[in-house]
Design a protein around this ligand. Sequence first.
Ligand code: C2E
Ligand code: MG
Ligand code: MG
Ligand code: MG
Length: 290
Amino acid sequence: GVQQIARERLVQEAQFEWRQQDTGLSLLSGIHLALQRDEFYLEYQPQFDSRTGALVGAEALMRWRHPALGVIPPTVFIREAENAGLIQALGQWALRETISAWKQLQELLDQPLRMAVNVSFPEIADPFYAQQVLGLLDQLGMPPQFLELELTETAMIRDTSVSLLNLRQLKAAGVHIVLDDFGTGFSSLSHLNDLPLTGIKLDRAFVSPLPDHGPQNHIVTTMLDLANRLQLETTAEGVEDIACLEEIRRLGCDRIQGYIYARPLALGELISQAKSGFPQHSGFTQGRLF
Ligand code: C2E
Ligand code: MG
Ligand code: MG
Ligand code: MG
């Protein structure tokens, strides 16, 4: 559950700090150089329609292939990048990369996918953010309705003027705006109504333990019910086994992401798996995409 995931993250970070001390490298100057040296890359974790089982989208997740330390997870370097003022550059890079991936997928699949990108607060705090994103989509030829931006509660409510204007402008243009890690923040439920959202994403801390026939179940049921009433699209991350998949479908969640289908994949792997067919689970109305 929540505690186990928090523990996993602490261990990851502790291990990383240890290795960092060991080699005496500075992470901050590293990020700047790494961008120039092309050491960042994205993996794409597919998302599926919970009713039909069809592949409908993918979330882009960033990784850093460090020459000395190996692959560093985003849980370690995103916060550092934010503190160092480098997250805007990283975010712009990720957006370009994702658009290029969308175009490649678009040429190969009969139905275009929606690509989700994670965004940090300093990015949407830039008064020109929405304009930049829409300009890039236009320039590179990706319609806004195929882009989804994922933001956490803390990122969305930290500022009430510039960041909200950006999100409203993006939403008005057709970009999907999703509240990530829903339920793990400390903000009020009324934010669901105030923020310019199109959907919510249930954190895996709530999803993975399902079905527990107890409190977790009531919490997820209530979150989905609330989202449905507010006409927000719902996505569950961290669906790892068949019992969880069946329960989250029964509770009426719209989209599913998790290891039961696939881990985050290199673009090439995503393409070949989309062609050969992702795992099919019983009870869906439609079979493979191809
Ligand atoms: P997130 O946006 O909540 O992403 C979901 C995380 O859950 C990912 O971890 C994903 O690999 C993992 N996950 C998905 N399905 C399962 C499952 O079934 N079981 C388990 N155990 N895990 C699953 P990841 O890739 O380590 O990313 C961690 C966080 O780093 C993300 O959480 C997001 O907040 C942040 N992040 C990743 N890429 C970016 C980026 O490009 N920009 C920004 N600002 N943040 C990013
Ligand atoms: Mg996310
Ligand atoms: Mg999430
Ligand atoms: Mg999460």
